[in-house]
Design a binder for this molecule. Structure first.
Ligand SMILES: Cc1cc2nc3c(=O)[nH]c(=O)nc-3n(C[C@H](O)[C@H](O)[C@H](O)COP(=O)(O)O)c2cc1C
Length: 178
């Protein structure tokens, strides 16, 4: 299976990317190919809402999204990776998702598999309620098939994350993919 991982953290060596690396290792060892897209450092501009694309067609903006679009539409699985920012996904990842606008129907038709990998400082049981609800709504709307979520409670720093159960969870999620 071809897997695209959309990373959304400004911290290249941060906690959420650490989970992404573990997921990648597990998936590659299970024979899948994984392409990482660092949405936080790519040239990805916010959707202007012009709807020139008509929700399916060329976007008027010329940036890295055209290449990301091709990568996503050639893949079988989409993995969303984000730090928890004010109880939602990072603006960096959301900016990429808003640009799905120009290939919305193609995405819905593909029925891709998906997963969510995320890290937060907080460890209260409600920490990921809003993000989880948003992710599940995206899964429903985009006709994705959720394969699993790694919700990194108490992962405030890379060291905290390293010493938690979540890197192993991310590895296992990748490794048990069919
Ligand atoms: C702008 C900002 C907002 C944050 N909001 C939350 C939050 O709402 N809840 C929480 O538990 N942690 C919050 N955090 C902490 C991060 O989610 C946490 O440190 C995470 O490990 C960062 O991941 P990264 O290393 O991949 O960037 C926030 C951090 C920043 C910089």
């Amino acid at each position: 299976m071809k897997i695209v991982v959309l990373e959304g953290s400004p911290n290249k060596n941060g906690s959420s990317n650490l989970l992404a690396d573990c997921f990648r290792q597990g998936a590659e060892e299970a024979g899948h190919s994984v392409e990482i897209v660092d949405t936080a450092h790519a040239d990805i501009h916010p959707c202007t809402g012009c709807i020139h694309c008509g929700y399916e067609g060329p976007c008027v903006q010329k940036d890295d999204v055209e290449a990301v679009r091709k990568t996503i539409l050639a893949a079988d699985m989409l993995v969303f990776v984000t730090p928890l920012y004010y109880y939602g996904m990072s603006a960096q990842l959301k900016t990429m998702i808003d640009r799905f606008c120009a290939f919305n129907s193609s995405l819905q038709r593909k029925h891709m598999k998906s997963a969510l990998l995320t890290a937060a400082w907080n460890s209260d049981d409600w920490t990921f309620e809003a993000l989880e609800a948003h992710y599940k709504t995206l899964v429903r709307y985009l006709n994705l098939e959720d394969i699993g979520m790694v919700l990194g409670y108490g992962c405030g720093t890379p060291s905290m994350t390293q010493h938690s159960q979540y890197p192993q969870q991310a590895y296992s999620l990748g490794n048990r993919l069919k």
